[in-house]
Design a protein around this ligand. Structure first.
Ligand code: ZN
Length: 146
């Protein structure tokens, strides 16, 4: 008789565990993604758009690299084309959670491991892992556990 045991996977994220924004998390409860997205705009755009109604504002945008037409969230597009280039987009006063969120927001939500995030946001990889790899989910940033 053969026993088939599924490989035991550690559910605890490691430095190599990939993270991303789980938008499903935002769909649960009364979490307000739009409001949170706004908080990542640069100061100029926050002021400019304070009164604007941007609920679900999707626009067609042509990717200059691939010429592909993408349906893109106007807020995210604004962030990718302007705010991300501002010096304080990811600054020393940006919290790890906010900084990580901004990275995923502007990289098309490409999964990254803590050590990769560390390079992008200039923080310690272990600290990042402890912050976003714990039981509490912050702003939908979740490990992709296989
Ligand atoms: Zn801006």
């Amino acid at each position: 008789m053969t026993t088939t045991l599924k490989p035991i996977r550690s559910l605890r994220p490691t430095l190599d565990t990939l993270f991303h924004i789980d938008y499903e998390w935002w769909n649960k409860g009364d979490r307000d993604l739009r409001l949170y997205l706004r908080s990542h705009l640069c100061a100029d755009h926050r002021a400019q758009l304070a009164e604007a109604d941007l609920e679900g504002d999707m626009i067609d945008w042509i990717d200059p690299n691939t010429a592909e037409v993408k349906r893109t969230d106007a807020l995210v597009l604004l962030m990718c084309t302007h705010c991300v280039h501002q010096a304080d987009f990811i600054g020393e006063h940006t919290s790890i959670v906010d900084a990580a969120f901004r990275v995923f927001l502007t990289n098309d939500n490409q999964p990254l491991a803590s050590h990769q995030l560390a390079q992008q946001i200039n923080r310690d990889a272990e600290t990042i892992l402890r912050t976003i790899g714990g039981k509490q989910v912050y702003q939908g940033i979740r490990p992709i556990l296989g």
